[in-house]
Design a protein around this ligand. Structure first.
Ligand code: COI
Length: 370
């Protein structure tokens, strides 16, 4: 059951330059049968080129393949790069939809501004997604919890070692059939709260979706793996006492009284599209929902005395993932019922029902791709 209220139907036209060697049907069917996260890519990619002289030009879909990059390309030295993540969902009637792409397009432009990259128009962002998914429609998986993950990104391609914004930039969108983000599937995950490292600081790039933020999370993430945890949770850089976000997803805490809290957008937290959708769905379900600081000390006390009932992570890749355990050097706490609480399960169900077209889209969040 799908309806759409589409606030931005205009999309730019992309020239299709098809591959002469698409993946054979049988091989593709095998790859689509049990997709993992981010390991397999479709036959094509969408591209738009930018230069200070000509602006955005050469909108095309071309065969997926390695990008030519001069060893002195600025992105390789100074990390001038931003990216996005959204998904295309196959519905039971054979149609294919994406979720709130306007929000991703807007965030992509905001991230680009912060990294001194040129902004890509919403029409180009949407046009690239539509052209790519229509060209590679056969790659949209149909299994439960599967989707076609879309990864638009932009990088400084100019050959120049001086430190200034690049005058040549490439925009590329690639697509990957995916299953659940965590190898364990849709099961509660363990979180390691890191004390010695921060993901972002005041005035930094924390609110931008740029590669550097994720690179900075890798060493603490290794620490998390070493402690048997799937994800790391960062605290704020100023007071080291409040939860900010996980390595690649936002965090929510559910009280035993049904109230729900997530850290506010303070400039160093990513404005997650899933985060905002979950806030809306929980408020509509009657929960007292607050975007307010979560002190680690309060969360620990709440888990110990039972006033915190559930904790979950959310993001495009992670959807809504329950958190079953929270640990650090000086504590190791289990969430009630191992993290399989009803509020987390309900909001996950509501969100995915909308995304997969199992209920009607009363919010106008879905955008039909084909
Ligand atoms: C997403 O949820 O789409 C992300 O970008 C997070 C992660 C996979 C980097």
């Amino acid at each position: 059951m799908s309806t759409t209220v589409d606030p931005a139907p205009a999309t730019a036209a992309f020239e299709i330059r098809p591959t002469s060697s698409p993946c054979p049907d049988a091989e593709r069917a095998e790859l689509l049968a049990t997709p993992t996260f981010g390991t397999v890519f479709t036959d094509h990619m969408a591209r738009v080129t930018w230069s200070a002289e000509h602006g955005w030009h050469d909108r095309r879909v071309e065969p997926y393949g390695p990008l030519a990059l001069d060893p002195a390309a600025a992105v390789l030295h100074y990390g001038q790069e931003v990216f996005e993540g959204l998904k295309a969902y196959g519905h039971a009637d054979g149609s294919v939809w994406t979720f709130r792409p306007w929000a991703n397009a807007t965030r992509f432009a905001a991230s680009a501004r912060r990294l001194a990259l040129p902004e890509l128009a919403v029409e180009d962002f949407l046009g690239s997604i539509e052209a790519l998914v229509r060209t590679d429609a056969a790659w949209v998986p149909s299994g439960e919890e599967t989707s076609l993950y879309l990864r638009p990104f932009m990088y400084a391609s100019e050959t120049f070692l001086g430190v200034r914004p690049a005058r040549e930039v490439e925009y590329v969108a690639i697509a990957s059939p995916v299953g659940p983000y965590f190898a364990s599937g849709v099961k509660p995950v363990s979180i390691w709260v890191v004390r010695d490292y921060h993901r972002a600081g005041p005035g930094g790039t924390g609110a931008a979706k740029c590669g550097g933020n994720y690179a900075a999370s890798l060493l603490p993430q290794q620490e998390a793996y070493a402690r048997g945890c799937e994800q790391v949770c960062f605290l704020d850089a100023a007071t080291h006492s409040e939860l900010e976000e996980l390595g690649g997803m936002n965090v929510f805490v559910v009280g035993a009284d049904g109230s729900v809290r997530t850290p506010p957008l303070n400039g160093s937290i990513l404005e997650g599209v899933t985060r905002s959708s979950v806030l809306t769905l929980l408020a509509e379900a009657g929960h007292d929902v607050q975007e307010a600081p979560i002190r680690l000390a309060d969360l620990r006390a709440g888990l110990e005395d039972g006033s915190v009932a559930e904790v979950f992570a959310c993001g495009t890749a992670a959807v809504v993932t329950p958190i079953g355990r929270l640990a650090s050097d000086d504590f190791d706490l289990t969430v009630a019922d191992g993290g399989t609480g009803p509020v987390t399960a309900a909001v996950r169900g509501q969100l995915t029902d909308i995304q997969y077209g199992r209920v009607s889209d009363t919010h106008g969040w879905m955008h039909r791709l084909l």
